[in-house]
Design a protein. Structure first.
Length: 147
């Protein structure tokens, strides 16, 4: 059974991620989300310190862009649970890139000039936020999560 986009998951080729561990750094990510998880697949970073592990060594990324590699991984997934396992394995369960919504104390969208950003917090000053880039994508991302 193939997964259905906008029903089982959403995928955006470009998103802008920031977090409390590196607040001066914006990371361009490929954004994948299900009803239970939000995944950031890093593409490039812009900030004071350019340190980033781009994921090009995985079998799905041989000879293709990161965006196409992520889409290939999604296409191979038979269920949402399998997609979760594949994404967690790909991102090495790194808490900068793998976000289980149920584990968050806060999961809220905020809008500003038509852009919708989700901010996830585990409490205290530990947070991560992401916005889907592209016309209408951030609003569609918000609607997928029912907010």
């Amino acid at each position: 059974m193939a997964l259905t986009e906008t029903q089982d998951y959403v995928c955006y080729d470009s998103g802008m991620m920031m977090n409390s561990k590196q607040p001066m750094k914006n990371v361009d990510v490929c954004l994948v989300s299900t009803k239970d998880y939000v995944f950031y697949v890093p593409k490039k970073s812009v900030g004071m310190f350019v340190v980033l592990n781009t994921i090009k060594t995985h079998q799905y990324f041989e000879g293709v862009s990161i965006e196409q590699g992520v889409r290939n991984l999604i296409e191979k997934s038979e269920s949402v649970e399998e997609l979760h396992k594949s994404m967690i394995a790909l991102l090495e369960d790194d808490d900068k890139y793998v976000h289980k919504i149920a584990d968050k104390k806060s999961f809220k969208f905020k809008g500003f000039f038509g852009k919708h950003t989700v901010r996830m917090s585990t409490g205290g000053t530990n947070w991560s936020s992401v916005m889907a880039n592209g016309k209408g994508n951030s609003k569609a991302f918000r609607e997928f999560h029912g907010q």
